[in-house]
Design a protein around this ligand. Structure first.
Ligand SMILES: [Zn+2]
Ligand SMILES: [Zn+2]
Length: 463
């Protein structure tokens, strides 16, 4: 507990370098007064990192024989290097051989069955899905776990929770943060370019997530840490500056992107919630993903949909606050219509959605008081942030497209109705979480926006 971070020492240093200071620490925060802890103890991204597995892992006190989990693609890309690097530990490789790999019961069970020899620790060699499958088994088996990242596609490497698909529904389960996150920039840069674009989209999402968080703190006193906020904000700015090099698949840039993705996972560990990294843009993404599960569609990369959700989120912020005032209050959806719509959109999930989302927005004097607090925050800095979206939005559209990612839902095969439902009902994914979607709903602006924007996106009329 004697570690004390010193933000005055941050200038001139990269955000991931600063984040490395927090690894393995448990401290009382000078910025917010809360206790923050990070279970991850090493973050190493460098060429040939596989050759350093032994000293890095021994330095963390890891010993015994590992089970190393790959999918077919990652085994082909790096199986030999990873298994050679782990050779001093006597590793066993397990390759999940499925074309449509999801973190579901079948994949979880296949890894569990492969653990018959009682491994001492688990290593995931993959991107989000392989890491999540391994993370959950590590938690349940009480084993240490190390993540070797093969693509800079998602910020979940450092996560301590696991999104799993069980009975066809995606829900968040407990998980285990990796002791170490290891990556080789050459391997990351050789992954399909669309994976890098997805990782860029997942980082870009933080521009909406951070503003959501600040407004929620102002309006509803939600816990907020200025230091964690500033660290993630700095990382996003560094990521934006990488976009040209990412479009050229330069290994050093893709390595930096992985570090920034890992950093946002560390930020979630520090805060103990997903708040520093996930807001309304992730809610749009989750609803689109739910449609894939309902339709048994193969689906797309998480960060693709987060990037799209971010562009929509910035558009909504501009519509709400772009003129430097709070929006005019319009009538909100009645509880009866809302319930019917939730049943239509969520189908078999509707009962649990209705049970966790009481339709009780603040009204009357309570809402007027919250509006004054929102107004105060917007005057202090929020309006300026939203004004910044005027330039950032078109730039972000170009950056994602240049790196090779999609910028509109129709590019991923979603209909106008899918996009409309995702914007209108993404907020119900997290009960009561204040995001730009819920905010627009309170002002009575959300559903009209969802209809206009979803119809205009495929025609290129929105951005
Ligand atoms: Zn703090
Ligand atoms: Zn994400």
């Amino acid at each position: 507990m004697d570690f004390t971070p010193d933000p005055s020492s941050w200038s001139g240093r990269s955000a991931p370098d600063i984040a490395r200071e927090f690894l393995g620490q448990d401290f009382v925060c000078p910025s917010c007064g809360r206790r923050h802890a990070v279970a991850t103890r090493a973050m190493v991204t460098r060429p040939g990192v596989e050759a350093d597995f032994e000293p890095v892992l021994r330095g963390l006190g890891i010993s015994g024989r590992p089970l190393v989990v790959f999918d077919r693609n990652t085994f082909a890309a790096c199986g030999e290097a990873v298994m050679n690097g782990l050779a001093p530990f006597g590793p066993t490789a397990f390759v999940i051989r499925r074309d449509d790999l999801h973190a579901d019961e079948q994949a979880l069970g296949s890894v569990l069955a492969a653990m018959r020899d009682g491994p001492s620790f688990l290593v995931s060699a993959g991107s989000g899905t392989v890491t999540d499958i391994t993370r959950y088994n590590a938690l349940r088996a009480g084993l240490p776990f190390v993540a070797y990242a093969t693509a800079a596609s998602v910020d979940g490497f450092a996560s301590s929770v696991t999104p799993l698909i069980v009975d066809g529904f995606k829900r968040t389960y407990p998980g285990k943060a990796p002791l170490a996150i290891l990556a080789d920039p050459g391997v990351l840069a050789a992954a399909p370019r669309r994976m890098t674009a997805a990782g860029f989209g997942d980082v870009l999402g933080k521009v909406v997530a951070l503003l959501d968080w600040r407004i929620s703190h102002a309006a509803e006193d939600e816990a907020h840490c200025p230091m964690i906020d500033a660290l993630v904000d700095k990382a996003v700015q560094e990521c934006l500056a990488l976009s040209g090099a990412l479009a050229r698949s330069e290994p050093a840039a893709v390595g930096s992107l992985l570090d920034i993705l890992a950093l946002t996972g560390i930020a979630m560990q520090l805060m103990g919630t997903s708040r520093p990294a996930s807001g309304g843009e992730h809610q749009v993404s989750h609803l689109l993903e739910m449609r894939d599960i309902q339709r048994h569609r193969a689906g797309s990369l998480h960060g693709d949909k987060v990037g799209i959700g971010t562009l929509i989120g910035m558009t909504l912020y501009l519509q709400l606050f772009g003129d430097g005032n709070l929006p005019a209050q319009r009538p909100t959806m009645t509880a009866r219509v809302w319930e019917d719509e939730v049943r239509r959109v969520f189908g078999p999930l509707a009962d649990s959605v209705l049970a966790t989302n009481p339709h009780e927005p603040p009204t009357g004097a309570d809402w007027e008081a919250q509006k004054r607090r929102i107004s105060g925050y917007m005057e202090r800095e929020g309006f300026a942030t939203v004004q910044g979206f005027r330039a950032l939005l078109p730039a972000a559209v170009r950056m994602i497209a240049d790196i090779g990612g999609p910028v509109r839902p129709d590019q991923l095969g979603y209909s106008v109705q899918d996009a409309c439902d995702a914007i209108g009902f993404g907020k119900e994914v997290n009960a009561a979480k204040m995001t730009v979607l819920r905010l627009a709903d309170r002002f009575g602006s959300l559903y009209g926006f969802a209809e206009d924007v979803s119809a205009g996106l495929p025609e290129g009329r929105v951005y």
